[in-house]
Design a protein. Structure first.
Length: 363
């Protein structure tokens, strides 16, 4: 089974929410829509579900055009950020409700509800009311109600955003297992790159209503096709600095100059943009290494426990570094930071990725 969006677009109030988009999703795959708020993730999911009709293009399900088909007539299930359960019903009745609407027999409903409840570890709670459950259990109940329909397409719109950290971590680990057991096409929307990496499968990065890249999640992370994708798939966003390559070597904004690494010798002379992730900024050069050295000013620090975020001003450019440990640094102080050239991504003036240094691929 496949779901194909063929040139679909969506315009609301004269504003383009989704630019013409073509995307094909295969049966039994996890597909993450990754992008900031207002990137178009929910709009794209509503088009997939049939809740919104695209202004252009077609929606094909197993090569059948379902563009005008009502959502009620499709095998689609959707779980929202604000999980919804019926408070007056038991967990069993909540999960069973879609099957009752479909007119299935009591024995079919019982068998399927227990299958899904077991999958989601809800069997001991079937007689309880939703308000007697924890937040994570309530979200699992909402997810069970979606899965019980045996839907070919399950859409999850930031389903863990309102849960606390511990519950999010718990469900992030469970969702890939649930997805593997169901065999449906899963589409999961999130603003968090870390969540996309944890879920695996495929990822589509979105920015301002456009899919900038689609493919296996690790590959998109390691090989962003352009600066937009690199920003989307990095939290904090990737840092950038101007680069000029010529016969004298590679010179970076702010005066850092290094010899051209062997892996970049084939790069034509000219101007580029170099990118590096926050975790590749260090405060001390590694012994024996020849890192890039930059003079920056510390704007603010954020201590997260075992790590510290450094918000830096580099000649008007805002960078973020992520270093291990709690650092006793003063706001406004000058700070030398170092970046190993082996972790650089090189982008052309139009933003397209043209080269990576040897270790950037494993970043």
């Amino acid at each position: 089974m496949t779901l194909r969006l063929d040139g679909v677009s969506r315009i609301v109030g004269g504003q383009v929410h989704i630019h013409p988009t073509t995307l094909e999703l295969q049966n039994g795959t996890m597909n993450v829509l990754l992008g900031p708020t207002l990137a178009g993730k929910t709009t794209l999911m509503r088009i997939m579900a049939g809740l919104d009709v695209p202004d252009t293009g077609r929606i094909l399900w197993n090569d059948k055009d379902v563009t005008g088909m009502r959502v009620q007539d499709r095998k689609v299930a959707m779980v929202y950020q604000q999980f919804i359960n019926y408070p007056s019903m038991s967990v069993y009745e909540n999960i069973a409700s879609p099957m009752k609407l479909m007119g299935q027999s009591a024995s079919q409903i019982k068998t399927r509800v227990h299958e899904v409840a077991d999958m989601l570890k809800l069997t001991p709670m079937l007689d309880r009311k939703p308000l007697e459950l924890s937040g994570g259990q309530q979200q699992r109940c909402a997810l069970a109600r979606a899965l019980v329909k045996n839907a070919g397409l399950v859409l999850l719109d930031e389903p863990l955003a309102n849960l606390d950290y511990k519950l999010r971590e718990e469900l992030r680990q469970e969702i890939p297992r649930i997805f593997e057991e169901s065999g449906s096409i899963f589409v999961y929307a999130t603003t968090e790159p870390e969540e996309a990496l944890l879920l695996g499968g495929n990822v589509a990065t979105l920015s301002e209503g456009r899919i900038t890249q689609f493919g296996p999640t690790p590959r998109v992370y390691r090989h962003p096709v352009d600066t937009i994708t690199a920003r989307v798939f990095s939290d904090p966003p990737m840092n950038f600095v101007d680069l000029r390559k010529d016969a004298n070597g590679m010179s970076f904004g702010g005066g850092a100059v290094v010899a051209v690494p062997d892996t970049l010798r084939d790069l034509p002379d000219g101007r580029y943009t170099a990118g590096f992730r926050p975790n590749h900024i260090t405060l001390n050069p590694r012994e024996g290494a020849q890192p890039l050295e930059f003079d920056t000013k510390l704007a603010v620090t954020e201590i997260t426990g075992s790590e510290t975020f450094l918000h830096l001003d580099h000649h008007g450019e805002r960078w973020v570094g992520l270093v291990h440990g709690v650092r006793d640094l003063k706001q406004g102080q000058g700070l030398k930071v170092y970046v190993d050239p082996a972790h650089l991504y090189i982008f052309a003036p139009d933003g397209a990725l043209v080269a990576t240094a040897p270790y950037a691929e494993a970043a």
